[in-house]
Design a protein around this ligand. Structure first.
Ligand SMILES: [Zn+2]
Length: 361
């Protein structure tokens, strides 16, 4: 059984379902964060070393897992904290995590039980110590910004990010760095900036986010909504020369993110952009990789190409349209390009609506 609950409800479950396997979803939704210590992977010694370096963990609600491990229950802070390993054998279960609670049975045959004197009826869960929260966020950011991570930021966005920081007196460095935060009275560098992913987080005042969050602070007078592109372009009122029956995704769009950013007028917060446009299809006989290639342009910006099989399928139709009408145009939609919390940045994509053919009935 999977349920979400506040820590005080855990005991109530135990009374209601004494034979059930009961779990709690950790994270902001339940206000529970759990430190999972697995001694088989050195979790006991690693956690002791962290406590010696940072601060001992306060007494809190604790269960023995039935497999030899321990679960330490804390109240979750009001902001999002990632779920992730923080040392070998030590996992922080926060956003989107899940733990099994007493009296469930462990796969090894043992039973989860509350540690003597540390049950939810004996102790109130302590707040998650800030050092654990900071460590999880810092580890998470360094992992996702590490080499090989694809961060869907365009050159334009990186330039804007640098310009906004420059307004606060901070000049960006080529790689991630710590700086003194301009948004609170910071005596040590508490501000982590990732220039590549255009992400930032201050461990002092806990402000952070991406470009829009920074803009709110640096240019507070500006309208905070990203400007939408000007009215529907007149060409959309013209019928496309190709009938809109099936969806085909454009490829190579990752090389044209700057153009797509400009066409949509900026990123959106949650599901990203959904801009309906007219696209032009242009045969590229001189394409060095594929003489059958078909380029896709939107408002005179190259945004990608048809996938190879689609190019072969549609070339005859496109060429016929160009002979008859001078152009080959189709309905299209620019999607994606969101910017959410914790550096979750989506790339823009383009979907075309093309005629049904014998090849894609
Ligand atoms: Zn700060």
């Amino acid at each position: 059984m999977i349920r979400t609950a506040r820590p005080t409800e855990i005991e109530a479950w135990w009374e209601r379902w004494p034979d059930a396997n009961v779990g709690v979803v950790t994270g902001w939704v339940s206000a529970v964060a759990v430190v999972d210590v697995d001694p088989r992977h050195g979790g006991d010694t690693k956690l002791a070393a962290l406590e010696a370096k940072e601060q001992p963990l306060p007494p809190t609600v604790t269960s023995m897992t039935g497999g030899g491990g321990r679960h330490l229950y804390f109240t979750h802070p009001t902001h999002l904290v990632p779920s992730r390993p923080i040392a070998s054998g030590v996992d922080l279960k926060a956003e989107g995590g899940l733990v099994v609670v007493p009296p469930s049975r462990h796969s090894s045959g043992g039973t989860y039980r509350w540690l003597d004197g540390h049950g939810p009826d004996q102790l109130v869960p302590a707040p998650l110590p800030p050092w654990l929260d900071h460590l999880a966020v810092a580890l998470d950011e360094s992992r996702s910004a590490g080499p090989g991570a694809t961060i869907a930021r365009t050159a334009d966005e990186r330039a804007l990010f640098a310009a906004l920081w420059s307004d606060t007196g901070i000049e960006l460095q080529p790689v991630e760095f710590m700086a003194r935060c301009p948004f609170h009275d910071d005596h040590h560098p508490s501000l982590h900036i990732d220039p590549d992913g255009c992400r930032w987080f201050c461990f002092g005042c806990r402000r952070g986010g991406g470009i829009q969050a920074l803009r709110h602070l640096v240019e507070p007078d500006d309208d905070d909504s990203t400007p939408l592109p000007a009215a529907v372009p007149s060409e959309l009122s013209e019928a496309p020369t190709l009938r809109p029956n099936v969806e085909v995704e454009v490829v190579g769009e990752s090389n044209h993110q700057d153009a797509l950013l400009a066409l949509t007028g900026g990123r959106r917060t949650w599901s990203g952009a959904h801009r309906r446009v007219q696209a032009r299809l242009e045969p590229e006989d001189d394409n060095p990789f594929d003489p059958q290639a078909v380029a896709v342009t939107i408002e005179d910006n190259l945004v990608g190409h048809l996938p190879r099989p689609a190019a072969r399928l549609y070339r005859p139709i496109i060429e016929e349209s160009i002979r008859n009408s001078g152009v080959a145009t189709c309905r299209a939609e620019i999607r994606g390009g969101w910017e959410r919390a914790h550096g979750d940045v989506g790339r823009f994509g383009v979907v075309l609506r093309l005629p049904r053919t014998a090849g894609n009935q």
